[in-house]
Design a protein around this ligand. Sequence first.
Ligand code: ADP
Length: 491
Amino acid sequence: MKVLFVVWENDPFFKLGGLGDVARSLPGALETLGADIRVIIPFYKVVKMGRNKKTKIGEYSFSYGGKVSRVEIWQAQNPYTKVIGYFLKNSKYLGVVLPIETWGFFNKAVVELIKSGILNWTPDIIHTNDFHGGLIPLLIKQEKLPIRTMLTIHNLAFQGKAPVSIIQRMGIDPTLCRILPWEIKSRQINFLQEGIIHANIITTVSPTYAKEILTEEFGYGLHEILRAKEGLIYGILNGIDIDWRHTSRNPAVKFPYGPKEKRIGEKIEYYDWREGKTLDKEFLQKKLGLRVGKDIPMLCFTGRLSEAQKGLDILHRMLRRIDKTRFQFVVLGTGEKEWEERFKWLSTFYPKYISCNFKFDDTLAHQVYAASDFIVVPSRYEPCGLIQMIAMLFGTIPIAHKTGGLKDSIREGYNGFLFSDYSSEALERKVVKAVTMWETQKTTYEIMVKHTLATDFSWKKNAKEYLMLYEKLLTNPDKMFKNTVNNITKQ
Ligand code: ADP
């Protein structure tokens, strides 16, 4: 079974968030299970090849916007998984991300690459991700290529809307594209919507999010289109790599720890988690200029500073209200400047208790996971979320909003705390409960930490579900998929 995984980031070559992790780890797990899977992204100027050997496979050209464009195809192996990565190079469209033009060109370039035969390898399935590859299923149909398509939605909020003129530049028959009634005036097409309509199977990154996106509240205007595909939408919880990267064996972590101390002769291989976490906390307190002491619980927030998704409003409100000397709070994130200012303002009054770090720093991220006792994940919506899973591998207990993948990966009172109402009061109640447990109920706290350390977030089970869907795609007759698409286009 040959699968081309189309995506816009692929760690370690280029990563901005959780999707980069998934583009590395899921194909890695699928390859271990026997799939011949390869990952393709644009060859941006900022792609980091490091010491990986890269090879130019060839060049091809096609017409885009009435002009002939040339594309180079490069190959390099992912250093962690050995999965083959392809990189499409064109300085005009793929060197830096142009809001939509890059994706129109990239989609066309992927399909033209397959048609060119340069790879000497034709996929049976194209597994595309988010809006960035949204027009590929339609192009595959238009070209009548014998390839099945799967679209995974990692975040429905980002849809890739563009003036309809882009489809002319791509050479797509305009009658195949649907403009939503409210977009007719603006003459926009929607990449993600076209992907949903034309892909043979849709998946999303947790079972709960698969249900949520069918509702008006979480459907971002596409819930009706999605409902018409009911029966072909699957929710599969993302996994993470259970290796040095996300455990205290990560070289960034100064005092590695595990469920129990491990010594080899006199040398401590890793500490018991209680001791290791305390030492890592003291290290981080010094590094960030916080009050040094093991008697104070540490909470953290890591991630994109996006108000629409990540729950910054309720987090900030809660922090403004609560007694800020009862715990320390570390913020690590990048994003909306307005929120950076607001959190920074809080930390100027409590410099020994609140630390703000507005940068993308993988080393610091792992030091924060290792040192913290709790991670706060107040997301308004969260398709899957990886930070709670990574934190749990460090024995760091999540306090999270009961939504999407947070609901599917955390069990209230067992390995974390969940609040149902999206409000700063509900968040505060859980924060107070967690901190009180840490201060006064050490046995309960330690049992919860043991549960987090033992939770299995590997891809072992869930990658098999993807494999089963690939098999379904290859064994089911075309008719089965065509019917659903017709239902939608008739609406
Ligand atoms: P997203 O919605 O951004 O994909 P996830 O929780 O799924 O959120 O994944 C975020 C990933 O990016 C995790 O690997 C997390 O450690 C990493 N990350 C986010 N912000 C930062 C940062 N400022 N520095 C380092 N790593 C970060």
